[in-house]
Design a protein around this ligand. Sequence first.
Ligand code: NAI
Length: 321
Amino acid sequence: MASPGSSAPGGVAVVGSGLIGRSWAMLFASAGFRVKLFDIEPRQVTDALVSLRKEMKMLELSGYLKGELGAEEQLSLISGCSDLREAVEGALHVQECVPENLELKRKLFAQLDKIADDHLILSSSSSCLLPSKLFAGLAHVKQCLVAHPVNPPYYVPLVELVPHPETAPATVDRTYALMRRVGQSPVRLLREIDGFALNRLQYAVIAEAWRLVEEGVVSPGDLDLVMSDGLGLRYAFIGPLETMHLNAEGMLSYCDRYSEGMKRVLKTFGPVPEFSGATAEKVHQAMCMKVPDDAEHLAARRAWRDGCLMRLAQLKHQLPQ
Ligand code: NAI
């Protein structure tokens, strides 16, 4: 088993110790990186350290802890920090995880810009703020990018790497290598676009789901089954493009056979839904029949979901790719 010292080539600063910051801290520590966890609210850091200990011990007991180090060794790599400059000192990479608010993030990146040397990578976890807005005017813009995780990042490995137009290719390459090293599955967007790739796909699915319910074609419960017992099973292993390739004698054969049908159906898609009014009420009621929307039931269902994702992640790891 590697010792923390020998496997810790550098440090990572995680700025913002909420839901996503905690998950990043676990991932970096699982690969032997020293992690300094900073938050504007010192109490958040204290709480984070307590909850990380509990979660990592539980993962170790159930055999789902990532990495070669034991929980205690991984925990010894994570420390709390009450000063941003101190958090960043000696770090190779900063992973920003503060709330999704452009002004707040811009202020923080301006502070980081002043502290950063010419090697430190400044990476934002933002789900939908464009790098050109986040990093505009920074002296170290070449070292900045978005590395957007998927919740919960500990179990869902995808990370979208989104460059600013001035981000240096080496910044993307180094972040790509770091993400691979911590067991994540990075993808490179070649240019920024609103919603990145994941949310554009997700919103396309949500929009059509909504329209089908709104038009009375299918009930909310059955609509969700179309994904969870249908498309979703295959999408855990192959994407939509490979699905096309396999569902005929290769991609060109699929296009030849199905393009007319796809275009005909696509032309019947309606406008962007409002996501309000009677349909919102109907979907809300159906969802609450399954999972009441009080904190306790939602937390229990999320814990069930995370348990399923954890087992699926392990299964995927065991199966040949
Ligand atoms: P959160 O609200 O759980 O945590 C944010 C933390 O940042 C809090 O602990 C807060 O005290 C701290 N904070 C606020 N201002 C700060 C500052 N100036 N310096 C240092 N710390 C500060 O938020 P969450 O959910 O962890 O989201 C963080 C980022 O990750 C957001 O950009 C979000 O869009 C992104 N993200 C969130 C996902 C999710 O499902 N929650 C999924 C993927 C990305």
